[in-house]
Design a protein around this ligand. Structure first.
Ligand code: SF4
Length: 402
């Protein structure tokens, strides 16, 4: 078995992918299966627990952060989730331990996860609080289950100090910006939510929603209008005390930001466990990407050589990834950090791009000696800025020498 070097490295995070859903949502590009048999869930859990055990016992400290996502981790049930939480807290308390859950899976018996304080953060996939839009997305949760889940968040937060986050979607066909505002109002009124992830709906290749779009049965919200939606909603979240720290993420305070995602955006080491789970970690001087094969049976029956794909990331790939995640953050690119990580000087290497940006986009960007970042209107054009910076990186020869 190839044990990730990160497994014995103390500053590391862990992502666990639970590949089961009640019903596949039409927009979802993630690897997950609906209607899996109890036997398949059991086999998956046994394989997962075995792998986690091996990893935990090769480490001398707890993971910095843990995130159980999916899929719908709630489908593992409270007992199995608790078993995982206990195991991962065995080498010391995990600083931030998040479980993602669909509203209908947040049943009474899940309380133990939070009352034990082994799980510190709950992320609920709400997406919308309007039956019409839930239907467009083909979400399995009913509105009443979602409202009930929201009410539980207030209870968990008040009683156990659990940090609560919700995922919300906007720009759903036929949706009005007022609909999302009403969703935000309900979330604030009915729950205790310190963190909101707000995404605009995308039509990913291979999803049913993309098929519906190409068959003409859906009319997407026009791009210009999508930008207007986002600006209005970003303003509204700010007015209500949620501060944007990444293009899609808003938090009431610095302390309630998602540390796990911040570590990911800072390219800190993390490993991914389960089918389709991705991890990136150092092995000596090399940076390794480990990706789980998207097949539950392979995960349950094969060894690591077959169920994970290992590849070494080139310096070019690392720079591209750094640009991709950093430009989405409000804090932008820390030039000193960039220069420490890579054998090129940010301001010198990108001087042509920076001059052009200053001329054409000076009002929506900030470029100082130490930092380059996009202001709010710049974030709306984030993909174009990423492309602009990526362009000269493609021409570099690899490996890059210091
Ligand atoms: S519940 Fe989540 S993971 Fe499952 S299909 Fe829906 S969006 Fe995808």
């Amino acid at each position: 078995m190839i044990t990730p070097a990160c497994a014995s490295y103390s500053g590391c995070s862990l992502y666990i992918h639970v590949p089961f859903c009640i019903r596949k949502c039409d927009y979802c590009p993630f690897f997950s299966k609906d209607n899996e048999s109890a036997q398949s869930v059991n086999l998956y859990f046994d394989a997962l627990f075995k792998e986690l055990n091996e990893i935990v016992f090769s480490k001398d400290r707890p993971f910095e952060t843990v995130f159980i996502g999916g899929g719908n981790p709630g489908l593992l049930g409270a007992e199995r989730l608790m078993k995982i939480a206990r195991l991962l807290n065995e080498k010391g308390k995990v600083r931030e331990f998040t479980i993602e859950m669909n509203p209908e899976s947040l049943t009474d018996d899940m309380e133990v996860l939070f009352s034990s304080s082994k799980v510190t953060r709950l992320s609920i996939g709400i997406q919308s609080l309007d039956e019409r839009h839930l239907k467009t997305l083909m979400r399995s949760a009913s509105l009443s289950a979602t409202l009930k889940a929201l009410e539980r968040t207030a209870y968990y937060h008040d009683r156990y100090g659990t940090d609560i986050s919700v995922d919300l979607m906007t720009c759903i066909p036929s949706q009005k910006v007022e609909d999302t505002i009403a969703d935000i109002d309900t979330i604030i009124r009915r729950g205790h939510v310190d963190h909101i992830s707000l995404y605009n709906l995308t039509y990913e290749e291979g999803t049913k929603l993309a098929e519906r779009l190409s068959s003409g049965s859906l009319i997407p919200i026009a791009e210009v209008q999508q930008r207007e939606f986002l600006i209005t909603l970003w303003d509204y979240l700010e007015e209500n005390g949620y501060h944007q720290y990444e293009i899609s993420n808003f938090s009431r305070t610095k302390e309630t930001r998602c540390l796990h995602n911040e570590r990911y955006w800072n390219l800190s080491d993390y490993i991914g466990v389960g089918p389709s789970a991705v991890g990136t970690f150092h092995d000596g001087e090399s940076v390794i990407r480990r990706t789980g094969v998207s097949d539950i049976e392979t995960y349950c029956t094969e060894n690591d050589e077959k169920r994970y794909i290992f590849e070494e990331l080139s310096s070019k790939e690392q720079i591209l990834e750094y640009l991709l995640v950093s430009l989405r953050k409000n804090e932008g690119i820390d030039k000193n950090d960039f220069n420490k990580r890579f054998p090129i000087d940010f301001s010198t290497f990108f001087s042509t791009q920076l001059k052009m940006i200053e001329r054409q986009f000076g009002s929506i960007t900030v470029d100082t000696r130490d930092n380059f970042r996009l202001l709010r209107d710049g974030l709306l054009l984030c993909d174009s800025f990423i492309e602009l910076f990526a362009d000269p990186v493609f021409d570099l020869s690899d490996p890059l020498d210091r």
